[in-house]
Design a binder for this molecule. Structure first.
Ligand SMILES: *Cc1c(COP(=O)(O)O)cnc(C)c1O
Length: 392
């Protein structure tokens, strides 16, 4: 028998937000490809100006197709509302900028997503917003970093390269005590496997370019939270920075969401099988996956996450980056590419970021390899990894 949770999830993915009687009972929602909307009379025109958030006036603000997507993602994250953006990076930037001003201090976890790092370490300082990076695995450390000017905390749990976690309920509790607004990049876990709002985190951010769309053909992002917070962001950063998601892209993500549950289930099962294969391989030094017992924060991962996706890293036994590159070049089924969350399996070797003239080496070792396990048969992927590792 279906549990209540499953019924609700099926309802969200298949029906929520879709007013079919308004568009010929079409099963699939129409792509309302329009920039503006016309009004019957001056009174209704004036009404839309007075409350743009609640009306269809211009598609930089609301659009009926993107609205369906907003409603579904807000429901998936169990928050009152959501705003969708033209990229995850835009969603992150708007979520932070809306809540800080010159003179404030923010705390951010170490080694966040690269463009979050750039936002915090380079863009915000130009506007006199100071920051401190924290390891994030101890709330006491975060507490010690607080100053009288701290207004904002950026979490990323798990991180998408190191997979480090933060204790979400302890962080949320700390923020409440000190009137600090918390935001988490929840992209790795997806709304299916972790709902940070349940723990008291204020703003939940996702890139929709990864799991939510799931087919590697859209770049988009989302912020989820209380209606008051989303209203505030809508009327300031959302409208002024104008990083709009096109209605067609919203429709593609709505389509991608139909299979979110089965994709996530398949990828997490497959990734764990591939991770266990690698863990037992003599040429592999270490596998970093939150749901392996060897993972440093395994207990915390089990407490606050219902599952893991398809992404994890491993360290190969290699003496230099050429050996790592040779192994990766032998892979036939994994595509050599950034990103993740689509149908296709991917590999990202950190060796390619080493020895770049004029640049410091990255914090990640040359033998760190991140793989993303897509929807293919895990046996097919394991066979490929096995033949590639033979070169070492
Ligand atoms: C890809 C990614 C982002 C940025 O999202 P875009 O849609 O590419 O702008 C942010 N955080 C994480 C963890 C990501 O993987």
């Amino acid at each position: 028998m279906a549990t209540k949770k499953h019924v609700e999830l099926s309802e969200i993915l298949n029906h929520l937000g879709e007013e079919r009687s308004q568009y010929f009972n079409a099963v699939s929602p129409p792509i309302i490809q329009t920039s503006n909307f016309a009004f019957r009379d001056t009174a209704s025109f004036r009404g839309a100006f007075l409350d743009e958030r609640a009306h269809h006036l211009y598609s930089r603000g609301n659009n009926p197709t993107t609205e369906i997507l907003r409603k579904k993602i807000a429901a998936l994250e169990k928050t009152e509302d959501a705003l969708v953006f033209g990229s995850g990076a835009a969603a992150m930037a708007c979520g932070v900028i809306a809540n800080v001003r010159s003179g404030d201090h923010i705390i951010c976890v170490q080694n966040p997503y690269s463009w979050t790092y750039k936002l915090v370490s380079q863009l915000l300082p130009r506007f006199d917003v100071a920051h401190t990076f924290v390891a994030g695995d101890s709330v006491e450390e975060i507490e010690r970093t607080l100053t009288s000017k701290t207004r904002f905390l950026i979490l990323e749990s798990p991180n998408s390269i190191t997979f480090k976690l933060q204790d979400l309920s302890a962080c949320a509790e700390l923020c409440k005590r000190h009137q600090v607004i918390s935001l988490i990049d929840n992209s790795y876990a997806s709304p299916l496997f972790q709902n940070p709002a349940d723990f008291g985190i204020d703003i939940v951010m996702h890139t929709c370019s990864k799991y939510l769309n799931g087919h590697s053909d859209v770049v988009a992002g989302v912020l989820c939270g209380k209606k008051t917070m989303m209203d505030k962001i809508f009327l300031s950063e959302f409208m002024t920075l104008g990083s709009v998601l096109a209605p067609h892209d919203a429709a593609l993500i709505i389509r991608g969401l139909r299979t979110l549950e089965i994709r996530m289930q398949r990828m997490s099962d497959s990734a764990l099988r591939v991770a266990k294969f690698l863990q037992g391989h003599p040429k592999v030094e270490q596998v970093i996956h939150p749901f392996l017992k060897s993972f440093a924060q395994y207990q915390l991962a089990r407490t606050q996450m219902r599952g893991c996706g398809g992404l994890f890293s491993f360290l190969v036994k290699a003496n230099n980056k050429d050996q790592v590159n040779a192994m990766v070049d032998r892979l036939k089924t994994f595509l050599l590419a950034v990103s993740w969350g689509g149908h296709e399996s991917l590999v990202l070797p950190f060796s390619i970021f080493h020895d770049i003239p004029g640049q410091p080496d990255p914090v990640y070792p040359f033998n760190l390899v991140r793989i993303y396990v897509g929807l293919e048969d895990p046996q097919y992927l394991i066979a490929d990894l096995a033949q590639a590792l033979e070169i070492l």
